[in-house]
Design a protein around this ligand. Structure first.
Ligand SMILES: [Zn+2]
Length: 65
């Protein structure tokens, strides 16, 4: 079990294979902190993969106004 670095709650891990690398998304449902890990190293992929991880609903709502 992995805990959130921010609020210490349990995080959800979602794994996927991208370009031959194993990507792991850790997502906290309490404080909404997300981190990406590739082959064990933390990476910053929020911008690149934002459409894979799905935009938060509140952004979609504000854009469709
Ligand atoms: Zn958290």
């Amino acid at each position: 079990m992995v805990r959130c670095e921010v609020c210490n709650n349990e995080v959800v891990e979602i794994g996927m294979d991208v370009d031959g690398s194993r990507l792991l998304l850790r997502s906290c449902s309490v404080c909404d902190t997300r981190s990406w890990h590739r082959d064990g190293d933390e990476v910053d992929l929020e911008g690149v993969l934002h459409d894979i991880s799905a935009m938060p609903t509140r952004y979609r709502r504000s854009l469709s106004k």
